[in-house]
Design a protein around this ligand. Structure first.
Ligand SMILES: NC(=O)c1ccc[n+]([C@@H]2O[C@H](COP(=O)([O-])OP(=O)(O)OC[C@H]3O[C@@H](n4cnc5c(N)ncnc54)[C@H](OP(=O)(O)O)[C@@H]3O)[C@@H](O)[C@H]2O)c1
Length: 236
């Protein structure tokens, strides 16, 4: 059985990725920060497949948390076939008053964690394994009021390209840049991106992300690219 590690696997997108991977016969290791309720919910949704699901609580915004995760992981597994970095924070910041603390937290979680997770876990990754890093439309075009988020997600794209070179030919590294992906909980989101800004005039569905992941895993001649899944949002 193949082993996958999904950081942020309790998130809106993360949890659906976990359910997809279980159906694809992966044993899935999920990390989360606080949300025990979401862990329970995910186990329930996985049903009988939850026997192939294991959770680690960790803060990935610092190296201590990443090292702890690696040691816990190694107690149970000796290899990793797929790493999906979906943990992240989508946050506004007021440029004029941004503090060093805010800057560090966003960069550490959204970008630095991807760097060090790749550095540490690549050592136990198998030949032909894959790393998928979650960027965002914000990493392709800047959104006003979200400079830290934009910067961190642009960094994820640059990092993906560097890692693809560093880790070839053993590991492929690819980034997904989602646009607005609509979930049940977003139905009443008042800050929803206006449809007029999306050339395809609709929001993305989780299934659009899952199909992209499926394509990345199964197409072993691509590496070092970013795939926008955004209805054309990054074109304008
Ligand atoms: N949803 C979208 O429309 C969209 C669009 C563009 C890009 N993205 C990117 O896609 C990825 C997945 O998005 P999502 O919507 O699933 O995110 P989400 O619902 O906000 O979930 C975030 C995940 O990250 C975990 N997390 C938060 N802080 C952490 C920390 N310090 N250490 C470790 N884990 C931490 C959370 O754990 P807890 O549940 O315990 O807090 C949760 O599992 C993110 O990188 C996001 O930026 C999403």
């Amino acid at each position: 059985m193949k082993i996958a590690l999904v950081t942020g696997g309790t998130g809106k997108i993360g949890k659906e990725i976990v359910l997809y991977l279980l159906k694809e016969n992966y044993e899935v290791v999920v990390t989360f920060k606080d949300s025990k309720e979401k862990v329970k919910e995910l186990k329930k949704k996985a049903g009988l497949l939850s026997e192939n699901l294991i959770f680690f609580k960790c803060d990935l915004s610092n190296l201590k948390g990443i090292d702890k995760l690696l040691s816990q992981f190694k107690l149970k597994y000796s290899q990793l076939d797929l790493l999906i970095n979906a943990a992240g924070i989508f946050i506004k910041n007021d440029f004029e008053n941004t503090t060093e603390e805010e800057y560090d937290y966003v960069m550490n979680l959204n970008l630095k964690s991807n760097y060090f997770l790749a550095q540490k876990f690549s050592k136990i990754m198998t030949v032909d394994s894959v790393i998928i890093n979650f960027s965002s439309v914000g990493g392709l075009i800047p959104w006003k009021g979200r400079s830290l988020y934009n910067l961190s997600k642009s960094g994820v794209i640059a990092l993906t390209r560097s890692l693809a070179l560093e880790l070839a030919p053993k590991i492929r590294v690819i980034s997904i840049a989602p646009g607005y992906i609509e979930t049940e909980s977003d139905k009443n989101d008042i800050e929803k991106m206006p449809l007029s800004k999306i050339p395809l005039r609709r929001y993305g569905k989780i299934d659009n992300i899952i199909k992209t992941i499926d394509f990345i895993i199964k197409n072993n001649f691509i590496t070092g690219i970013v795939i926008p899944v955004d209805g054309g949002r990054s074109l304008i």
